[in-house]
Design a binder for this molecule. Structure first.
Ligand SMILES: [Zn+2]
Length: 415
């Protein structure tokens, strides 16, 4: 069979599966609370397993609980092409973040079964454990262990807010497998995901061809001044750490604006001490978040902040401490896989644009060990990590169609 634009997945069936999965771990406002390694996560996994086995796939589970469902290829020596994402959600998450990529992979398999299409390379659908990182930080934990970023022992020791460990909870829900994590070799991996930003919807594009993932620097800054009475401390005598943070907030924005269009910066977290209405803040701890797909830009933003923020502190009589609190290198996805995604959109007649992923994804880690690319579809208002997250059936179907074609081009259709 030839790869033509007529070859499409079943959009209704994909949508029905998305809605069925969303019944597990329902949120309070129509979204989902299916956090990793909870009973709801286990139930979602069992439903996914039953669907995959019904589609004739065989399951493997590794020691991090990553689930792999295998469809045979015709060449016993060919490495599999992987598709997938994650089924876990934020505590107040949506129905599509991650889930679309997993169930889009399953729908692709169901379509191949319907049409009796065989491929040279096997195809494997994957559900990565704990992508969200809300219950057990950091995000993309299990794909990170798979790719050799973290050790498994370190991952097992991660604790949730109640002091329960990842390792114990994985065992408790019954999804600790016996395959060595990271032992699998991949021909390629494709991840379909909602954009989680507004660009595709605003521009009326069906598909984002993801070429890069942003790198990130988190810098934790502590400014120390003197807490004193807001009413009786003369202005020239104040050592106001809150004012220092305000000026550094402006500085972060100015630095990011100077590196447009592909840099962002903000301060999203701050703790003010003593945080009282009539006390000048004596100490403020806050985190700067800089991101860019270009490592030089990313490091230049960090360097500029490290040079200028201490000057601001000095002017205001404040002490400053800057600590590195997190870092990812930018990701450049595999050219061959990215081209397969773009070819797929072209062949199917979907409008598309190149995109940079603003968020982290499992594919960003897997890209370290296998050729990888991502497909994005729009989401309403760019809203995600929110129960109101919404996409249309047509957007989901278009994304899964592109996934199907990119996978088939890479896994090679047998006639
Ligand atoms: Zn996600």
């Amino acid at each position: 069979m030839a790869l033509t634009g007529n070859l499409r997945i079943n959009g209704d069936r994909l949508w029905d599966s998305l809605m069925d999965m969303a019944k597990i771990g329902p949120g309070l406002r129509g979204g989902n609370n299916r956090q990793t390694l909870t009973d709801e996560d286990a139930e979602g996994r069992r439903l996914f397993q039953s669907w995959c086995e019904k589609a004739g796939l065989t399951m493997g589970v590794d020691t991090m609980g990553n689930m792999f469902f295998h469809r045979e290829g015709t060449d016993p020596d060919a490495l599999p092409v992987y598709v997938g994402s994650h089924l876990d959600t934020q505590p107040t998450g949506g129905k599509y973040d991650g889930v679309l990529g997993v169930l889009g992979g399953l729908e692709l398999i169901r379509t191949l079964n319907d049409l009796n299409i065989k491929t040279k390379h096997p195809i494997v659908v994957v559900n990565w454990t704990n992508e969200e990182g809300t219950r057990f930080a950091p995000a993309m934990l299990a794909s990170g262990v798979f790719a050799g970023i973290h050790t498994q022992d370190w991952a097992y020791a991660r604790e949730d807010a109640k002091g329960k460990t990842f390792g114990d909870e994985l065992e408790r829900i019954g999804w600790k497998g016996d395959e060595n994590v990271g032992a699998r070799k991949m021909h390629a991996l494709f991840e379909l995901h909602i954009e989680q930003g507004p660009i595709l919807e605003i521009e009326g594009k069906d598909i984002g061809v993801v070429t890069h993932g942003q790198g990130l620097w988190w810098l934790q800054i502590t400014l120390t001044g003197k807490d004193s009475h807001t009413g009786s401390t003369p202005m020239p005598m104040r050592r106001n750490a809150g004012l220092g943070m305000a000026r550094i907030t402006e500085l972060v924005h100015t630095i990011a604006m100077a590196h447009q269009p592909s840099a962002v910066g903000a301060i999203g977290h701050c703790d003010v001490y003593p945080n009282s209405r009539n006390v000048i803040p004596g100490k403020v701890i806050f985190t700067v978040d800089f991101r860019s797909p270009d490592i030089k830009t990313l490091n230049a933003m960090k360097a500029e902040l490290e040079e200028k923020a201490p000057k601001i502190a000095k002017e205001l009589g404040l002490e400053i401490e800057i600590e590195e609190a997190g870092h990812f290198d930018p990701v450049t996805f595999d050219e061959g896989c990215v081209t397969a995604v773009r070819n797929a959109a072209e062949r199917l007649g979907y409008s598309h644009r190149n995109m940079i992923s603003g968020a982290g994804h499992d594919a960003c880690w897997v890209n370290r060990v296998a050729p990888t690319a991502m497909v994005m579809c729009p989401c309403v208002g760019g809203l995600s990590h929110n129960e109101d997250e919404e996409i249309s059936k047509e957007w989901a179907a278009a994304g899964a169609d592109v996934l199907l074609h990119a996978v088939l081009e890479t896994a090679v259709i047998e006639t």
